[in-house]
Design a protein around this ligand. Structure first.
Ligand SMILES: Nc1ncnc2c1ncn2[C@@H]1O[C@H](COP(=O)(O)OP(=O)(O)O)[C@@H](O)[C@H]1O
Ligand SMILES: [Mg+2]
Length: 457
């Protein structure tokens, strides 16, 4: 059986009605990325309604469309009462039929990175399915689940949130054998108020673990004890830890730079594991040992999984690097433009500090959703700037003004309200031998700076 969903299976899963038989080989909610043979799910978004695109989906050779009302389109229609509910039903049915070991990942930073590390790690052991991109929300999680091939041996799912109760409902679909929290940091503080509250919200992931399953917690986090207590409260009998502390179930023993990445010595469940990973950074090392602990918890072969991590490279917008050719040499750009909060900023500054450079330059934009103390959180980055021996800072955004004001004059590159204002100034300042870190929340549009630097060469 090659099809992901036959019409009969999809009807049974959703209690829907198929206008004619079909076999879908994939799932799509967006006609721009739809592949021939996909089941197109017509979701209602804030701006558009997927039902408007069913005809386009059929033209792109969708096998069928999941709809909640009649549409004019030439193709098979699976009609349900509500398409989001229909997608959830497919996700639930996918989970019910699979024999795969399932891992769920949440945390304030590092979810996607750890998910991609696990895609490689499990990929060395068997057929592996993992969420696409950062599909971690109310439609992303059921979509990822419903798209899992029926013969997958491992499934890896990212779960995100910005409110209480979201993870609880999403993990109910995923029902993981292993649930992993990467890190707890002040992100979405606007909605939560405190990091304790954030830790509690992330802990909802433990409530969905299947009986006998495993919770995994970051030992180096100030909230480790709280996470462990919450996991136990949720009835999880096996809670494992990763980090640098003695007594961790996956312990980082040493890291050393190697060929643009790292050589890592770790101890996983009492066994020494030596491996290479194709990206640098203390946070990458943490993500890697967390992933290997998840492999161990899923009864996978840790040594073979670890050997695959050499293939890992930093992801776009999350540490991927490129060079800019200049008179007299090159500058190196670290693209961290995808996201930012205080924890990931600290991780990125550490990355910058660890990169050999003639000059270190940080181009940073606002960390969003930081709540009432936003200015203080931004000003506090001054210590990261100091610790990383950053020579020049370019900053944009209202909150970043607090950092800018806290910087000594010698470290000031330029300040602007928006990234487009500072981008040309960064380009003008660029010299051979510079290493430039570009980071900010997605909404701070640091990609504008990245694009300007790409053109600068
Ligand atoms: N374990 C970690 N601890 C702190 N920061 C991290 C960690 N892993 C990744 N980061 C930082 O967070 C950014 C976003 O990483 P990503 O894996 O996309 O996280 P998420 O999916 O949770 O948003 C990265 O660019 C990096 O700066
Ligand atoms: Mg993500």
């Amino acid at each position: 059986m090659n099809a992901l969903w036959t019409s009969a299976e999809a009807e049974a899963a959703t209690l829907g009605h198929a206008s004619r038989p079909f076999e879908a080989t994939g799932l799509s909610i967006d006609t721009r990325t739809l592949k021939p043979g996909d089941l197109f799910v017509a979701l209602k978004g804030d701006a558009r309604d997927g039902h408007e695109f069913v005809a386009a989906a059929m033209q792109a050779k969708a096998a069928a469309a999941l709809v909640s009302r009649p549409v004019k389109a030439d193709g098979a229609l699976l009609t349900v009462a509500n398409t989001l509910r229909g997608l959830e039903d497919l996700g639930r049915a996918s989970r019910a039929r699979t024999h795969a070991k399932i891992v769920a990942i949440t945390g304030s930073a590092g979810k996607t990175t750890t998910k991609e590390v696990l895609r490689l790690a499990f990929g060395a052991l068997g057929k592996t399915h993992a969420s696409s991109a950062s599909h971690n929300n109310h439609w992303g999680v059921p979509l990822s689940l419903a798209a899992m091939p029926r013969d997958a041996q491992f499934g890896v799912f990212e779960i995100g949130m910005n409110h209480f109760g979201e993870i609880r409902s999403l993990v109910g679909f995923v029902r993981p054998h292993v649930a992993l929290v990467t890190t707890i940091a002040p992100a979405h503080l606007e909605f939560f108020g405190t990091c304790e509250a954030i830790a509690d919200a992330k802990s909802e992931i433990f409530e969905g673990i299947v009986p006998g399953g495993t919770g995994i917690v970051p030992a180096d986090s100030p909230y480790a004890e709280r996470l462990i207590a919450r996991a136990k409260q949720a009835g999880v009998t096996r809670v494992l830890t990763f980090g640098t502390k003695s007594g961790c179930d996956a312990r980082l023993v040493s890291t050393a730079p190697h060929d643009g990445g790292m050589k890592i010595e770790a101890d996983v469940m009492g066994r020494p594991v030596l491996f290479r990973i194709g990206a640098p950074g203390a946070h990458i090392a943490q993500n890697a040992i967390a992933a290997l602990l998840a492999v161990a918890a899923a009864e996978g072969d840790v040594l073979n999984a670890a050997a695959a991590l050499e293939q890992f490279s930093a992801l776009k917008g999350r540490g991927a690097r490129f060079k800019v050719k200049l008179a007299g040499g090159e500058a190196e750009i670290i693209d961290e433009s995808y996201n930012a909060n205080p924890a990931s900023m600290a991780a990125a500054f550490a990355l910058l500090a660890g990169t050999p450079a003639r000059r270190r330059i940080a181009v940073i934009g606002n960390m969003l959703e930081m709540g009432a103390d936003a200015a203080a959180h931004h000003a506090a980055l001054a210590k990261d700037v100091e610790a990383a021996h950053v020579d020049l800072v370019f900053a944009n955004g209202e909150d970043m003004k607090a950092l800018w004001d806290a910087l000594p004059a010698a470290r000031r590159g330029a300040y602007g309200k928006v990234s487009a204002e500072i981008a040309p100034k960064v380009v003008r300042a660029l010299r051979a031998g510079d290493v430039v870190l570009v980071k900010g929340s997605f909404g701070s549009k640091m990609s504008v700076v990245i694009d300007a630097l790409k053109k600068a060469g």
